[in-house]
Ligand binder design. Structure first.
Ligand code: NAP
Ligand code: MG
Length: 501
């Protein structure tokens, strides 16, 4: 395999990508039934990084069979909640012990800086597993006093159980490959579901390595199945499969709608974490020392490839010039390069498609009259790099203001009347996240109340925690990831009623 990466590559990672990677079905690593593989690329060079088994409908069939059997007959359902929790905790320990290796894998496959993968992606995934391990023993029903007016004199004992929903299909994107796998696997396993996970075609490697740790931790066969492949084949087959009880999806709103359609066959439960075009509101009384770098990292973190990226920056007029120049300065100083270079602060976009998509948006913005006061172009000839970009002279009706770009591009717009800002901020089909910067605590909370978004950050941005629910209003999704809310995605309630007198 032509591994076009720097010589400092982690030895275990070099071994891992040397051989074609197989898929995990029923506790075994197998080739695809078709025998096909597909390449995953190093986005810093555009060169092939590894070959991966290409799962399609037939492989999904086998994986669902294994997950079904593991759910209906396997030891998994007979395990105590405590045993399940311990396995998830063990997985967290194993992952933590391999932080360095996962950092490399993530950086190579996705392009993000190694230091960030090690400091954010891997520890957040570890913490998520630990948080969910704790939930395994705390998924409780209620005892409910019932009156039943049409059976006077009778007495009942009524209670609810929260039971696992069954076989969960999970389809994830490429922006946080390992973390998205953790967000999906952690709660499903805590609730006692079995899983078929399809990682993104661009970034399957960390999920496959995680699958090895799942088996090392001692999960019974068939509980976790991982089938890499394309969305149109493997993903669509999983979403439509009649033996899958629940589908959890993270990705674009467009594909989210396809998932909903595919799920109608057996009315499987659906949860969706979709796109965003998040407003970031800076009032004139904000502490600009923190608001300026805060607004910059709100968009530039992970190269803007965040569903919650602060991509619409609204700045109150008296401080507009100062903030916008500050953010542009920040953008110009960002060191863009290969994720493995220790100097790098921003890596390449994930793929050639994503690069052309982002460049297409830049052209569309310029043709509609926007101007770039930082960046505005593709960077270099090799790899999928784009300059951190700040666009001004934009209007609400422009595509760059309305549509999710999913790249390091922010539109900065002034507002003069604090009353006008809320309808503008809410003028989006999305409602994933929003932020407000002000030192007036009353104004901060009034603004937060009126923003139609699943997350509102005040004087901060991109703060995530396993305990804090995350998900979208409007077309940004159904249901929540993380926190105790996510348990609703993987459990169903059974009411049990006994006549006792
Ligand atoms: P996408 O198509 O929504 O991909 C997300 C996942 O869904 C991938 O695993 C994909 O498989 C799979 N998929 C695609 N079509 C499917 C189908 N018909 N049935 C079932 N699964 C299917 O996203 P993308 O194409 O990678 O990126 C396009 C845009 O989506 C981005 O520019 C961004 O705006 C948005 N996006 C949002 C998020 C988020 O976190 N909300 C994440 C990524 C992208 P493949 O691996 O074959 O694509
Ligand atoms: Mg890749």
């Amino acid at each position: 395999m032509g591994i076009a990466v720097s010589p400092q590559i982690h030895p275990q990672v070099a071994d891992f990508i040397e051989k074609p990677r197989k898929m995990l079905i029923n506790g075994k690593w197998v080739s695809s039934i078709s025998g096909k593989t597909f390449p995953t690329y190093n986005p810093a060079t555009g060169e092939v990084l590894a070959q991966v088994a290409e799962g399609d409908r037939q492989d999904i069939e086998e994986a669902v069979k294994a997950a079904r059997k593991a759910f209906d007959q396997g030891p998994w359902r007979r395990m105590t909640a405590s045993e399940r929790g311990r396995l998830i905790w063990k997985l967290a320990d194993l992952l933590e012990a391999h932080t360095e290796e996962f950092g490399y894998l993530e950086s190579l496959d996705n392009g993000k800086p190694l230091a960030i993968a090690k400091a954010a992606d891997v520890p957040l995934a570890v913490d998520l597993f630990r948080y969910m391990a704790g939930w395994a023993t705390k998924i409780e029903g209620n005892t409910i006093p019932i009156s039943v007016p049409y059976t006077p004199g009778a007495k009942y004992l009524a209670y609810t159980l929260r039971e696992p929903v069954g076989v969960a299909g999970q389809v994830i994107p490429w922006n946080f490959p390992l973390l998205m796998a953790a967000w999906k696997l952690g709660p499903a396993l805590a609730c006692g579901c079995t899983v078929v996970l399809k990682p993104a075609e661009q970034t399957p490697l960390s999920a496959l390595r995680l699958g090895e740790l799942v088996m090392e931790a001692g999960f019974p066969e068939g509980v976790v199945n991982i089938v890499p492949g394309y969305g149109e084949t493997a993903g669509a087959a999983l979403a439509a499969h009649p033996d899958v009880d629940k589908i959890a999806f993270t990705g674009s709103t467009e594909v989210g709608k396809l998932i909903v359609h595919a799920a109608t066959g057996n009315l499987k439960k659906v949860s969706l974490e979709l796109g965003g075009k998040s407003p970031n509101v800076v009032y004139k009384d904000a502490d600009l020392e923190s608001a300026i770098p805060g607004a910059a990292s709100a968009i530039f973190f992970n190269h803007g490839q965040c569903c919650c990226a602060g991509s619409r920056l609204y700045i109150e007029k008296p401080v507009f010039d100062r903030v916008v120049e500050g953010v542009a300065d920040y953008a110009k100083k960002i060191n863009v390069g290969s994720g493995l270079d220790p100097q790098t602060e921003m890596g390449p976009l994930v793929s050639a498609e994503q690069l052309s998509r982002v460049c297409g948006y830049l052209e569309s913005g310029f043709s509609e009259g926007a101007t770039a006061i930082a960046g505005g172009h593709k960077k270099g000839d090799k790899g999928y790099f784009v300059e951190p970009t700040v666009l001004v002279n934009t209007r609400e009706d422009m595509k760059v203001v309305q549509e999710e770009i999913f790249g390091p591009v922010v539109t900065a717009m002034p507002f003069s009347d604090p009353e006008e800002i809320l309808p503008r901020a809410n003028n989006s089909e999305y409602g994933l996240a929003a932020a407000v910067w002000t030192q007036d605590i009353g104004k901060a909370h009034r603004t937060a109340e009126h923003l139609r978004a699943g997350t509102v950050w005040i004087n901060c941005y991109n703060i995530f925690d396993a305990a804090l629910p995350f998900g979208g209003y409007k077309q940004s999704g159904w249901g929540r990831e993380m926190g105790h809310d996510v348990l609703n995605n993987y459990t169903q309630t059974k009411a049990i009623c006994t006549k006792i007198a």
